[in-house]
Design a protein around this ligand. Structure first.
Ligand code: NDP
Length: 399
């Protein structure tokens, strides 16, 4: 039925490719294109029994002309950008030039400026609209499912949502002293940045990881969680009418934080290039090279993730609380697709987002954040494709 070009072949892309192949009725043909073609070929080999026809290619996604040539040769219905946030704009340019639908899972960041900001991609709205193509921003879990959950709560449970707390708990243990669950460079840039939340129409900034709460997560138990800036806060503040406050919390163990503090103190998390033996290197990129590859954590990681949103607002004149979340087991994910749950919870929604576009359920031209579309078909697909959601009408609240 449909053709998808998947750019990138890391942890998240690997899950998305597995899921597209499980869903061969929709994804009859895919192309995996990345910087290192051997990784694409190895993945293709693993999935050689799939009904989906798989092609592979080498591409430098920083190069718009190369991307245009690749898109013109394969003619996909949609391009799934599962490379890094640095490549968002070049891939969007190529989609514009070829009039091809686009989706990603992380917002654009210039390499030298670690900051969440949708401005760069929202600037493409009019051009995408004129070209008649969909640009779906943030089709992972957070951003992604958290936006779909918000649209669903808005549509079915509230007249007005006043407070949203997004809680991201990873209670998995990979047995290494220190490793990150997705791309280390992107992950550490995010964690070491200042915190921020949205309140009464403005941003409130906090020092990095300065606001801590303890939360008793369903099916996991009590964990320390820390307030962070996260990209979906910016779009939800615009798209959920009447919202007064949006916060994002992520859990970290004391062990992770001690290692991170130590690496920061010695300068290893810096993105400022330094001179080393006559060559410029970026300390954080060097650190990435010595840390375990997140794609290799699958067999070792045990435990669960719980990611969701707590909504508070008004329905029929009465105050209402509502918690929507998904619990995912690292080992179950590994058994199914050979990856841990952080890659799984991102790769599955990427496949579902592409399916929404291919099936024409989501066909509004322009550049849109995920909560701008009808959440219902996506919510059904989450239950079907491995990320069933649960709800509570009496959740523990975060103070
Ligand atoms: P990885 O580092 O595992 O994979 C990135 C892939 O992109 C690699 O295969 C890499 O190639 C490829 N790549 C990098 N640069 C280029 C380039 N110039 N041209 C072509 N290919 C390139 O990252 P993850 O899979 O962990 O993460 C992928 C994306 O998902 C990131 O943007 C991340 O921020 C996002 N993410 C989103 C989440 C969400 O919930 N929304 C959660 C987790 C991640 P090579 O193999 O050669 O290095």
């Amino acid at each position: 039925m449909g053709k998808a070009l998947i750019i990138g072949c890391g942890g998240v892309a690997s899950v998305a490719v597995h899921k597209c192949c499980q869903n061969s009725e929709v994804f009859s043909e895919i192309m995996i294109a990345s910087r290192t073609k051997s990784k694409c070929d190895a993945l293709k080999e693993k999935l050689k029994d799939s009904k989906t026809i798989i092609h592979t290619a080498q591409v430098d996604a920083n190069n718009v002309d190369e991307l245009i040539a690749l898109i013109n040769s394969f003619k996909p219905d949609v391009v799934m950008n599962l490379a890094l946030p640095y490549q968002d704009l070049t891939i969007m340019e190529a989609c514009l030039a070829t009039k091809t639908h686009y989706l990603d899972t992380a917002n654009y960041e210039p390499e030298d400026c670690p900051k969440f900001e949708y401005k760069y991609q929202w600037d493409y709205k009019e051009r995408f609209e004129k070209a008649g193509i969909v640009g779906l921003l943030g089709s992972g879990f957070d951003p992604g499912v958290t936006g779909v959950f918000s649209a669903y709560a808005q549509k079915h449970h509230f007249d007005e949502i006043h407070y949203i707390d997004i809680l991201d708990c990873n209670a998995g243990d990979h047995g290494y002293p220190f490793a990150t669950n997705f791309n280390p460079e992107i992950n550490i840039r995010e964690v070491t940045a200042k915190g921020a939340y949205w309140e009464n129409g403005r941003w409130v900034e906090t020092e990095p990881l300065a606001v801590k709460r303890v939360y008793n997560f369903p099916e996991i138990g009590e964990r320390d969680m820390y307030l962070m800036h996260h990209e979906e806060i910016e779009s939800l503040a615009l798209n959920i009418k009447g919202v007064k406050r949006i916060r994002f919390f992520m859990t970290f163990t004391q062990n992770y934080l001690t290692h991170l503090r130590c690496l920061q103190n010695v300068g290893m998390t810096s993105i400022e290039p330094i001179e080393y033996e006559g060559k410029k290197i970026v300390p954080l990129q060097f650190l990435k090279a010595v840390l375990p590859d997140p794609a290799s954590l699958g067999p070792r990681t045990k435990g669960k993730t719980n990611i969701g949103c707590i909504f508070r607002g008004i329905k029929d004149g009465k105050e209402k609380n509502y918690y929507l979340y998904n619990v995912c087991d690292h080992q179950e994910c590994y058994k199914e697709v050979g990856s841990q749950a952080v890659a799984y919870t991102t790769g599955v929604p990427a496949m579902i987002g592409a399916m929404m576009i291919i099936k024409g359920y989501w066909n509004k031209p322009g550049v849109h954040n995920i909560e701008e579309f009808d959440p219902d078909p996506f919510m059904d697909a989450l239950n079907k494709w491995g990320l069933p959601w649960k709800e509570s009408f009496d959740p523990e609240l975060v103070d």
